[in-house]
Write a protein of this length. Structure first.
Length: 94
């Protein structure tokens, strides 16, 4: 990944994921970085960060996206991720 905006360290949540940028009439897929963090000494939000490799997408300038979640929103997203992961793994109770 060239000219990365998102810091990738030993603490990065997922340093290599498949992702895509979507437009009205186009899609460009590629590899990326996904990180979940809470910054500062007294954080008030959970940050979900995603950055596609700039070498994989031609239609977008190098950039990273960030979503700020309240703790309640983060728990809602975590529950949904778990529910769908269980469904994909074949857990009938999901």
């Amino acid at each position: 990944m060239n000219e990365r905006i998102t810091s990738v360290t030993a603490y990065t949540t997922l340093e290599f994921v498949d992702g895509a940028a979507l437009g009205h009439d186009w899609t460009e897929g590629g590899s990326g970085v996904l990180n979940v963090t809470a910054s500062g000494e007294e954080p008030d939000r959970v940050e979900l960060q995603f950055e596609l490799d700039g070498l994989d997408v031609e239609r977008l300038p190098n950039h990273a996206d960030r979503i700020d979640l309240t703790p309640e929103q983060a728990r809602t997203v975590a529950a949904a991720l778990t529910r769908y992961a269980d469904r994909i793994d074949g857990d009938e109770s999901a």
